[in-house]
Ligand binder design. Structure first.
Ligand SMILES: NC(=O)c1ccc[n+]([C@@H]2O[C@H](COP(=O)([O-])OP(=O)(O)OC[C@H]3O[C@@H](n4cnc5c(N)ncnc54)[C@H](O)[C@@H]3O)[C@@H](O)[C@H]2O)c1
Ligand SMILES: N[C@H](CO)Cc1c[nH]c[nH+]1
Ligand SMILES: [Zn+2]
Length: 427
C-alpha cells in the first residue's frame, strides 16, 4: 500500500529521495559494448538470441517484413498514428532554430549556421512494453531537424519479429532503417557501427538500466540526449480533485516499470486517504497489476503539505519527469513551476495525453535532472557552426587590440598572426 507522509513530520530524505535502480550493470555493459565493437553483427546476433530469445538471420527489418506488419494494422489505428504524428509535427516545428548572420560593421560578417547531424540513432524500448508512441516522439523531431538518415533500433520478440505497431509508427514517422536489437548491444551498434548498422552521430531514446548505462559509456564517441531513467509522475492536487482520476493517473506511470515512481502531493489529508483507497481498488484491475503494485508499494508516496504553495515548492525540489497540476486556475501557478520535464495543467489533462498525442515530447528528463535538462526536441538533432569574415581594412582596425590581448596571455605567435597582414600592407 502507498505510504502517506505529512510534510514537516518526516525527514527530507523520506520526501525527496528517489528509488534508484540498485543493479550494477557497468561491467556487463562494458563487455557487451566491447564484443559488438570487435565482432559487429555476429555479436549483435548472439546477444539478441541470449537476451531476447530470438534467433535471427539478419539484424535489419526487410521491406517484406514492413509490408507484412502494415497488413496487421487496422485503418483505425493507422489514423490514430497519423493524428498523433500531425500533432507532434506541429509542436516540434515551432522548435526549429534559424541560422543568423550579422553584418553591422563595414567589412565584417559573422554568422551561425544550424546544421542537422548526418545520422541519428533512435532507441525504442521493447522489453516489457513495445512503445510505438516513442517511435513518433523520437523520429519526428529528427526529421524536422533535417537529419538525412534515422536508424531506429528496438528488440525483437522471441519470434524474431518487431512489433507491428512499432513498424507502422516507424513508417509514419519516416525512419530510414530499422534494426532488430535491444539493450546495450543495440547502443553499441549505433555508436560504433557494424556490417549492417551504420555508425550514428547522436543516440536518443529511453530504455532500461542496460540501455542507460550503455549510452553513458559510449558518450564521447557519439552524442546522447540524456540518461532517461524509469518513468515518474508527480500529481500536485488540491482537495477538490477527484481521487479516482488521480489514482488512475498515478497508475498510468507506475505500470511502466517496477522502479517507476508515482507521487501525489496535496494540501488535503482527506484526499490523500481517498487516493490511497482508490489505488488499492484500481491496481487489481490493471493488466500490469504486478508491476504497478511493486512500483506503488516501493516507490509510491503521498505527501501532505499545509498549503498549495508548499505543494509547488515540493514539486520543484523533486523536479519530476511529469507534473500534473490538478487545481483551480492552473495557469496562475505555471510561472511558479521551475523544474519538471512536462507539465499537465488542470483537472482534465491526464499525463497519458502527452504520452501519445497531445504534441509535446514524451522523452523527458527523470531522476531530478529536469533541474538542468530539457525534453527531447529538434535541438537534440542539430549542432551549430559559426563563421567569421573580415576585410583587410576591418582587420587593420582591430589587429593591434588582438595582438595586445595575445601578448597579455604570453602568446606572441597569436600576436604576430594578428598584425602580420597590416605590417605587409605598410611595407
Ligand atoms: N524517461 C522516458 O522518457 C521513458 C519513456 C519510455 C519508457 N521509459 C522507460 O524505459 C524502460 C524500458 O525498459 P524495458 O526493459 O521495457 O525495455 P528495453 O528495450 O529498454 O530493454 C530490453 C533490453 O534489455 C536487455 N536486457 C534485459 N535483461 C538483460 C540482462 N539480464 N542482461 C543484459 N541485457 C539485458 C535486452 O537486450 C533487451 O532487449 C522502462 O524503465 C520505462 O520506464 C522511459
Ligand atoms: N510515460 C513514458 C515516459 O516516461 C512514455 C510512454 C510511452 N508509452 C506510454 N508512455
Ligand atoms: Zn507512459
Amino acid at each position: 500500500m502507498i505510504r502517506i507522509m505529512k510534510y514537516g513530520e518526516v525527514s527530507n530524505d523520506e520526501i525527496f529521495d528517489r528509488a534508484m535502480p540498485t543493479v550494477n550493470v557497468t561491467d556487463k555493459v562494458a563487455e557487451i559494448i566491447r564484443s559488438v565493437r570487435e565482432r559487429g553483427d555476429e555479436a549483435l546476433l548472439e546477444y539478441t538470441e541470449k537476451y531476447d530469445g530470438a534467433k535471427l538471420e539478419s539484424v535489419l527489418v526487410t521491406p517484406e517484413e514492413m509490408e507484412e506488419a502494415l497488413t496487421q494494422i487496422t485503418p483505425e489505428f493507422m489514423a490514430i498514428l497519423e493524428k498523433a504524428a500531425a500533432n507532434i509535427r506541429k509542436f516540434h516545428s515551432r522548435q526549429v532554430r534559424n541560422s543568423f548572420i550579422i553584418n553591422d560593421e563595414p567589412g565584417v560578417v559573422m554568422g551561425q549556421k544550424v546544421i542537422p547531424v548526418d545520422r541519428a540513432g533512435i532507441y525504442v524500448p521493447g522489453g516489457t512494453a513495445p512503445l510505438s508512441s516513442t517511435v513518433l516522439m523520437d523520429v519526428i523531431p529528427a526529421k524536422i531537424a533535417g537529419v538525412k538518415e534515422v536508424v531506429l533500433t528496438t528488440p525483437p520478440g522471441k519470434d524474431g519479429k518487431i512489433n507491428a505497431a512499432i513498424l507502422a509508427a516507424a513508417k509514419v514517422a519516416g525512419a530510414d532503417r530499422i534494426v532488430k536489437a535491444g539493450g546495450a548491444q543495440a547502443i553499441a551498434a549505433l555508436a560504433y557501427g557494424t556490417e549492417s548498422v551504420p555508425k550514428t552521430d547522436k543516440i536518443v531514446g529511453p530504455g532500461n538500466a542496460f540501455v542507460a548505462e550503455a549510452k553513458r559509456q559510449v558518450y564521447g564517441v557519439v552524442s546522447i540526449d540524456m540518461i532517461a531513467g524509469p518513468s515518474e509522475i508527480l500529481v500536485a492536487a488540491d482537495g477538490k480533485s477527484n481521487p479516482a482520476y488521480l489514482a488512475a493517473d498515478l497508475l498510468s506511470q507506475a505500470e511502466h516499470d517496477k522502479v517507476a515512481s508515482a507521487v501525489l502531493v496535496t494540501d488535503s489529508m482527506e484526499l490523500a486517504e481517498k487516493v490511497r483507497d482508490e489505488l488499492e481498488k484500481q491496481i487489481p484491475q490493471l493488466d500490469r497489476a504486478e508491476i504497478a503494485r511493486i512500483s506503488i508499494d516501493n516507490n509510491g508516496k503521498i505527501i501532505v503539505a499545509d498549503d498549495l504553495r508548499t505543494v509547488i515548492d515540493i514539486a520543484n525540489e523533486i523536479a519530476p519527469e511529469h507534473l500534473e497540476l490538478c487545481v483551480d486556475n492552473p495557469f496562475d501557478w505555471l510561472d511558479s513551476i521551475r523544474h519538471a520535464g512536462s507539465v499537465f495543467l488542470g483537472r482534465n489533462c491526464p499525463e497519458a495525453l502527452g504520452d501519445y498525442l497531445a504534441g509535446p515530447n514524451h522523452t523527458l528528463p527523470t531522476q531530478g535532472t529536469a533541474k538542468f535538462s530539457s525534453p527531447l526536441s529538434v535541438d537534440d538533432f542539430v549542432k551549430k557552426t559559426q563563421y567569421t569574415y573580415f576585410t583587410r581594412d576591418a582587420l587593420a582596425a582591430v589587429a593591434e587590440d588582438v595582438a595586445a590581448f595575445a601578448r597579455m596571455e604570453g602568446l606572441t605567435g597569436h600576436a604576430r598572426s594578428a598584425v602580420i597582414r597590416t605590417m605587409e600592407s605598410e611595407a
